[in-house]
Design a protein around this ligand. Structure first.
Ligand code: UD1
Length: 361
């Protein structure tokens, strides 16, 4: 059985690593994988470095679509992918997460009547007009197999009438974290930046809702800058955010701005930090895996379990910079007493996904 894996953006490379590794381990001899990279992310430090570091096989095809508006990017991926899938002739198309590459993969597979599997199904922000929410809802409507990281995700699908196709398998990002977290080069990286364990904060910002509104981005950056007065704050900068900061001439003085980090360097920075401030979905979970308090710079989160467990708190930028700073200081000063419970599976979501796929053929 030939699986066509469609990936395009940084978090998808990390997620895909879990299943690729499991396939290479040889436990599923009947299953083979062809990786198709849409080219949504193309900078070395947003793409190629993850393939090398995580040992993911070279994509068989790179569609090279690059950036564009929502419709341009999705449309270009669809046109190129339609041709690619006709050539590859897979038995199943596998998509991950909630990006424009996910949506395009789902639409093309569904229209070609190819079986479709979605990993990280059932996540919902319930925020109308959010690109990722549109991508998830449509993909989950079209997919034949819905692989949910949690029971909450399965319940969202059940409410939409899709319980029949849903399987709770755990989170593939936890698989990759477990595999990578053992011997991180944390001492060397902290030494390089002159940081001390739990004496600095880490931040990431890239969501369109934060970067495409100059007033909101100014609030977020001012809050991070204020936190930077209390303890060093290191910000690996996403290219979308870098472009927005240049466009609106936002240049906070106290932030330690660095390039997007490779996976294991980022995990090392995360695991030793006092807190994470982020609008990323994946990093909220990684903070939870690493028992690092998280402050989410959004109005809502899909990863509701992390908030319920006390390891994550929402700090909507609309409430202003002072509210973000208070949340961060509170998160740093009040680490939950109990270690995070294992709510994202046992580290072998990928094995479970492949067992279910194999049983379908
Ligand atoms: C996308 C996903 C988001 C995911 C994120 C991870 C969608 C709608 N959004 O957002 O869900 O969390 O990836 O990063 O698919 N750029 C570069 N080099 C790159 C990649 C991007 O310079 O390698 C710049 C381009 O100017 C581009 C902008 O970043 O226009 C945004 O990239 P895009 O792929 O549109 O979305 P992300 O913000 O990365």
């Amino acid at each position: 059985m030939k699986i066509a894996t469609v990936v395009g953006a940084r978090p998808q490379f990390i997620k895909a690593a879990a299943i690729s590794r499991r396939l290479r381990a040889g436990a599923h001899p009947g299953l083979g994988e062809v990786i198709i990279h849409t080219g949504q992310h193309y900078d070395d430090n947003m793409s190629a470095s993850f393939f090398t570091e995580l040992g993911i096989p070279e994509p068989a095809l790179n569609l090279g679509v690059g950036s564009g508006t929502q419709a341009e990017q999705t449309g270009r991926i669809m046109a190129a992918l339609e041709r690619a899938l006709a050539d590859v002739a897979p038995d199943l198309v596998l998509v991950y997460g909630d990006t424009n590459s996910t949506l395009a993969g789902a639409l093309v597979a569904a229209k070609a009547a190819l079986p479709l599997a979605h990993v990280e199904a059932g996540l919902r922000s319930f925020r109308p007009g959010m690109a990722e929410e549109v991508n998830r809802v449509v993909t989950d409507r079209l997919a034949d197999m819905l692989f949910c990281p949690t029971e909450a995700a399965r319940m969202n699908l059940a409410a939409e009438g899709r319980a029949d196709a849903a399987h709770v398998v755990g989170d593939v990002m936890f698989d990759v974290f477990r595999h990578s977290a053992a011997d991180l080069p944390a001492d060397a990286i902290l030494g390089e930046y002159g940081l001390a364990t739990r004496k600095y904060a880490l931040a990431t910002i890239h969501r369109a809702e934060n970067t495409d509104d100059p007033a909101r981005l100014e609030v977020v950056l001012r809050a991070l800058d204020q936190i930077g007065a209390t303890l060093p704050l290191i910000l690996p900068l996403h290219p979308r955010t870098r472009a927005a900061m240049a466009r609106w001439r936002l240049a906070p003085k106290r932030l330690r701005i660095v390039e997007p980090q490779p996976y294991r360097r980022m995990l090392a920075l995360l695991t030793r930090s006092a807190a994470l401030l982020t609008d990323s979905g994946g990093m909220q979970k990684e903070a939870y895996f690493a028992a690092v308090p998280c402050v989410t710079l959004r109005d809502e989160t899909e990863w509701v379990e992390t908030v319920a467990a006390g390891w994550n708190r929402l700090a909507p930028p609309s409430l202003g910079a002072d509210a973000i700073v208070s949340s961060a200081l509170c998160a740093i000063g009040n680490r939950p007493a109990a270690a995070p419970a294992p709510i994202y599976g046992d580290g072998d979501a990928a094995g479970r996904i492949l067992d279910i796929i194999a049983a379908r053929v």
